[in-house]
Structure formats: C-alpha cells, structure tokens
Ligand binder design. Structure first.
Ligand code: TYD
Ligand code: MG
Length: 454
C-alpha cells in the first residue's frame, strides 16, 4: 500500500516542486535550493459543489467601491511607496535581508498609527522584553500597541478574531507555523500556508496585515518570492547594512504604482526619512579631484542624483582587475571596450574600479556616460567640473543615445544648484521649459569629456 506521507522537493526560492532532488532548480535555475518536505498524499476532499455556498457574479457597476480607506503611517516616504497609505484589508509583505531594518520601521510606525488604531504586533523572533527595549529606544509607547509573542499561526488568527485589532503586524512569517503541517517552520509549504491563513483572516475581518519576510541570498530560508502572488503589495528594503541609507521599493502593489521609492537613513534612534535624497547622496563629495562624476538616475518617477567614482591604476598582474560596486560588472566591461575601441582611451593594461556612493545600485542605461566619464577622468587624471552633471546611454559605436525623463533629470540638477548639464544632443528636444542650467548637448564620449572639463 502506498504510504500516506510522501516527500517532495521544493525550491526555497521559487517554490518549484519536484519528486526528485536536483542540484539546480529546474524552475529558477538557482543552485542548492531544493529542500525535502513531507507532504500529505491524501487530497483534501472538498464538499460537493451543490452543497457549497455559491457566489454570484456581479455586474461591475454594482460593486461597491465605497471609500478605499487608507491609514497614514506617519512616514510620508512609506506612504508614498504604499500609494498613499495602508489600504484596509490589504496584505503587505515587507522583505529584505536580515538586519536591514524591517522590524524597526514597523515598530516606528506603530506610534503614529497607535493614535487612532489598535495594533497587534506578533513577534516570533524577539521576546516581549526585547521588543519593549527597542520600542523604548525608538520612543514608541502607544497604549494601543499590543504585543504577542507567538509562532502558531492558528492562535494568531484566533487572536485576530477575538480582539479585532485595526492592524496586524507579523514579524516574521518565516517563524510562523501551522501545526497541521509536518514540515518545519520557514519551509516553503509552511510559509505559504501561514500566509494563506493570515490572508483569509485579514480579508474576512478586513484587518490589514503587514508581514515581514526575510530573504537570504543562499536560499536557506524560504524566499518571499513564493508569497508574491498571495499578497497585495511587496515592499523591498534594500541598501548596504554598513551604510546608513536604506531604500524602500514597491516590487508589487495592487493599490498603487510600483514606481515610487522611499529613502531612509538609519540612525541611533531608528529610521529617519530623507526628504532630499539627492542632496544626501552628494554629501561630502570631494572637489577638484579626478575620477568622480555626478549623474541623475530615475528611481521610478523620482529623479535622484548619485555620485560615481572610478579609479584606473597600473595593474600589478598580467590580467588587469575590474571591479564594480553598485553597477553591473558586465556593463562596465562593455563600456571599457567601447572607450578603447571607439574613443581611444586605453584601459587594457590598467586595473579599473568603479563605485557608486551611498550604497545605491544603478541599473539604468542613462548612467553609462557618467561611468565612462568617471573612468576616463581617472585615467587621464583630469578632474571634471564640480558643477556639472552628466547622463546618457553609450552605444556600441561610441555614440550617445537619448534617454527618457530628460526634463525631470535636468530640473533636479538645476534644483540642487548645478550649473551645467551634459546630455545626449537628442535629449535636447525633450526639454521644453528653459531650465536654470546650461545644457550641453553632445554626440560622443569625447565631446562629453570636453564639455565636462573645459
Ligand atoms: P532590524 O529592524 O532588527 O532588522 P530586521 O528586522 O530587518 O532584521 O534592524 C536592525 C539593525 O538596525 C541593527 O543592526 C541595529 C540597527 N538599528 C539602529 O542602527 N538604530 C536603531 O535605532 C535601531 C532600532 C536599530
Ligand atoms: Mg527583525
């Protein structure tokens, strides 16, 4: 007789299931992420269709929109990312690497939210005492904040039913478990089923819930990727743990745009909003030295200035080293090749390093020209003008291609007091209002270097 319990192998990154173990997940291609999980083989019997209550199709006009109530969190950067606040009955996943500040931001917003809402904070990671200490440090002492240290999700749901809080926070979903399931907490099945349980309760009781989910590069803990379908919004906290800046990004949002980011600064009293991120990113910028360049990237619909530093030095080895932090390594190699072949800047026997300041990660093609300029400036040891910013995409023939949102980038540069903006000549057409900054349209990297140094 076949055993009732069978085991399956589930990818901790993408949730792919397979009867056999594999070193590489056939679903997402990650290595060493397939983990064994016990699974009840007997399918759950659903009641016959005739017995189940039937839902009725509704005309779209009939559906009551009422007011889409949103709770403001007291942090405008967070509200912006959420699309205007927390929607009633929504399920929000806040994910990020351990130690990035997920628990901190949740506890911090409790103070403001606690003025009007009753909050249930479920912690499966920290003891009540630890939480209290942290709350004291953050200056959170709302009488409406209730702390529950529990890891059994059914008991959490029961608490939700009984106490009917206005908002639930679960820190973290990986520590929660359903006792009916045989797999261990943090496994894909547990994480998925726990989220489903919370979701059902949240939707039924119309209580918004915020879940914390850890991600781990080596996939040791079930990645929140498997949850992305279930929840309404996924916020991703990123940034270097060593750096104080943290960027909160919406990866998915059923109630708003995913184009917005929030910028925070981690201090000794928790996270502080950075209202003028461009200025913060440029703080302490060295003047009159070679190898540094300022560019403007678009984070969603928001322009953000960033400093890029390049260093080209004689190589001690036969094989020159290339290193890029905050920028795609392959893209840098490509730009170096273009600079050599098309613009006559020779890097072949030099080590080249690139660094984006502030722990930012820049993936936009518009950054190309600034990367090239920073590297060439270091190569020639010629400082670029302090009061100039540059952006543009570099093509393989060394030509400069236009990029989107030129006007927004230019006005951000003007707002921060830059005097000259070097941009692809094709972009000039996009700029209709005469900005308070000198525009230099250029066609090649060489022209751009001239405009940046003269
Ligand atoms: P935490 O919110 O515990 O991270 P997560 O829940 O994402 O794992 O944040 C932890 C880090 O933040 C920790 O390294 C200490 C730092 N921190 C501060 O620098 N200042 C503070 O006021 C607090 C509360 C934490
Ligand atoms: Mg935490």
């Amino acid at each position: 007789m076949a055993s009732k319990i069978r085991s399956v192998y589930v990818c901790t990154e993408c949730g792919y299931e397979s009867a056999k173990w594999a070193g590489k997940c056939p679903g997402c291609g990650q290595w060493n992420t397939m983990q064994e999980e016990a699974r009840d083989a007997a399918p759950q019997k659903a009641a016959p269709a005739a017995v189940r209550p039937m839902s009725r199709p509704m005309q779209i006009g009939e559906i009551d929109m009422a007011e889409e109530a949103r709770y403001h969190t007291g942090l405008s950067e967070l509200d912006r990312v959420l699309g205007g606040g927390i929607v009633k009955g929504s399920l929000i996943l806040v994910s990020g690497e351990p130690g990035i500040g997920k628990s901190t931001i949740l506890l911090q917003i409790c103070d403001y939210l606690g003025q009007s809402l009753r909050i249930l904070y479920v912690s499966g990671e920290e003891s009540a005492r630890q939480l209290k200490l942290r709350a004291a440090r953050l200056g959170v002492g709302s009488a409406n904040l209730f702390v529950l240290t529990e890891t059994d999700v059914q008991l959490v749901v029961e608490q939700m039913r009984q106490t009917k809080p206005d908002l639930v926070m679960i820190d973290s979903i990986q520590t929660m478990s359903l006792t009916d399931l045989s797999s261990s907490p943090g496994s894909v099945t547990q994480v998925r089923e726990c989220t489903n349980a919370v979701m059902r309760a949240a939707k039924q009781l119309e209580i918004p819930a915020i879940l914390v989910g850890h991600v781990n590069k080596d996939g040791a803990i079930a990645g929140p990727k498997v949850l992305e379908h279930i929840v309404d919004a996924v916020l991703y906290f990123e940034g270097d743990r060593q750096m104080s800046y943290r960027i909160l990004r919406a990866v998915k949002n059923r109630y708003g745009s995913t184009n917005e980011i929030g910028v925070f600064d981690m201090g000794d009293r928790g996270l502080r909003q950075v209202e003028n991120p461009s200025q913060a990113m440029l703080e302490g910028r060295p003047k009159n030295v070679s190898g540094t360049c300022v560019t403007c990237v678009m984070e969603g619909s928001r322009p953000l200035l960033a400093e890029i530093q390049g260093l080209a030095t004689a190589s001690g080895f036969g094989n020159p080293r290339r290193m890029a932090t905050g920028f795609d390594y392959n893209r840098m190699a490509l730009l170096l090749a273009v600079l050599e072949k098309r613009a006559g800047y020779y890097f072949s026997n030099l080590d080249a390093y690139l660094n984006v300041i502030g722990g930012l990660r820049l993936d936009e093609p518009a950054v190309d020209l600034a990367v090239a300029a920073a590297l060439v400036s270091s190569l020639k040891d010629v400082p670029l003008r302090d009061d100039a910013i540059v952006f543009g995409e570099v093509g393989l023939t060394g030509e400069l291609r236009s990029v989107s949102h030129a006007e927004a980038r230019v006005s951000e540069a003007a707002r921060l007091g830059f005097a000259r903006c070097v941009l692809p000549a094709h972009c000039l057409r996009q700029i209709t209002d005469k900005p308070d900054i000198e525009l230099c349209g250029v066609r090649t990297v060489r022209e751009a270097m001239d405009a940046l140094t003269e």
